[in-house]
Write a protein that binds this ligand. Sequence first.
Ligand SMILES: NC(=O)C1=CN([C@@H]2O[C@H](COP(=O)(O)OP(=O)(O)OC[C@H]3O[C@@H](n4cnc5c(N)ncnc54)[C@H](OP(=O)(O)O)[C@@H]3O)[C@@H](O)[C@H]2O)C=CC1
Ligand SMILES: CCCCCCCCCCCCCCCC(=O)[C@@H](N)CO
Length: 337
Amino acid sequence: MLGTTVCLAIVISLIIGFSQMFFRKKWDPRSQHCYVTGGSSGTGLALAILLTKKGADVSIVARNEERLQKALAELEKVRQTPNQILKAYSFSVDTESGATAALDAACEAHGGQSPDATFLCAGKSTPGYFVEQDEASLRQGMDETYWAQAFSALAAAKHMVRQRSKGKIVFVSSVLGYMSIIGYSPYSPGKFAIRGLAETLQSEMMLYGIDVHICFPCTIFTPSYVEENRIKPKVTLKIEETDSGDTPETVAAGILRGVQKGRFHITYNFLGDVFRASTCGSSPRNSYFIDLVYGLIGYIALPIWRLTVDSTVRSFRQEHQEHLAGTGFLDPAAAKK
Ligand SMILES: NC(=O)C1=CN([C@@H]2O[C@H](COP(=O)(O)OP(=O)(O)OC[C@H]3O[C@@H](n4cnc5c(N)ncnc54)[C@H](OP(=O)(O)O)[C@@H]3O)[C@@H](O)[C@H]2O)C=CC1
Ligand SMILES: CCCCCCCCCCCCCCCC(=O)[C@@H](N)CO
């Protein structure tokens, strides 16, 4: 009985898998309005360039006007047709009012129509030790991760639902939204929170025919990666040596491919695939069989990797004590153990 059920499940998922592979119509960005937050730099910019090359109308949003204008000039260079609408808007998207105003401004250039796809790339990482954080820095961490994406998703969802228009919402979390390591207390919780929101919306947006996706990148060589490494604890840098990193262009191509394939969780490299399959839970899978293989690899390799992470952290104990003594954090009256 169990054998028959398993066989039946395999046959059904094979049929579904193949039919999706051959008959699913790939999303074409041509002439679609793609709204990209964080589009002035790194991954968001690479994605905006890619979408422009594919013939999309592209709106980019970020705060710094100068970088936005430079980015817009990059988009202009790869414009495919004279009537492609390419625009840049300076707003901070980590509040509801900012995110809504940014979206409304971008929609105005399209007769008030909702974007066909909303890519939420805005985000920042400010790593540091937990005991060196305070209320302001931890709240800032959530602003730079969760709120920098959640309010744009809210604005886009309301806009689309009011207009009864369909579209896509694409979040950018991190593998640090699947797991975490020392030094990421201001960042990782917000990236997990983005997953929580995406999981809710993947279910709820079905009411309206809105597709939801979420990408979990590993290290990306972007300007902010260079910036975060300046303040990143050495132990965190050491642990991250295992991750060889990708260019923003690779990640952007991975995001677009994932959206076109209709993936909910998007990963584009081996490490990402392993973490995705190993923490999938009841989230929609990408493939029953391939994910099983990645899951198996994770089941064997991740506990071993975790042991090496733990031993790296312990090997930094002495150095860390000296660091805390140097910053005056330690209570001088407390006996040295
Ligand atoms: N680099 C990496 O190693 C990894 C990055 N990620 C995530 O990928 C996404 C892109 O990162 P990356 O390409 O490195 O980023 P960059 O720092 O290169 O670009 C970030 C972009 O977001 C904009 N931005 C940031 N905060 C706001 C805000 N509050 N309002 C409006 N715009 C904002 C920035 O412009 P401005 O400052 O002018 O507003 C900039 O355009 C982020 O969500 C990041 O967390 C995930 C995994 C790894
Ligand atoms: C087969 C299993 C082996 C497992 C090896 C795992 C190695 C992972 C190293 C940690 C990668 C951290 C990336 C952080 C990305 C990010 O979000 C920050 N750059 C912030 O922007």
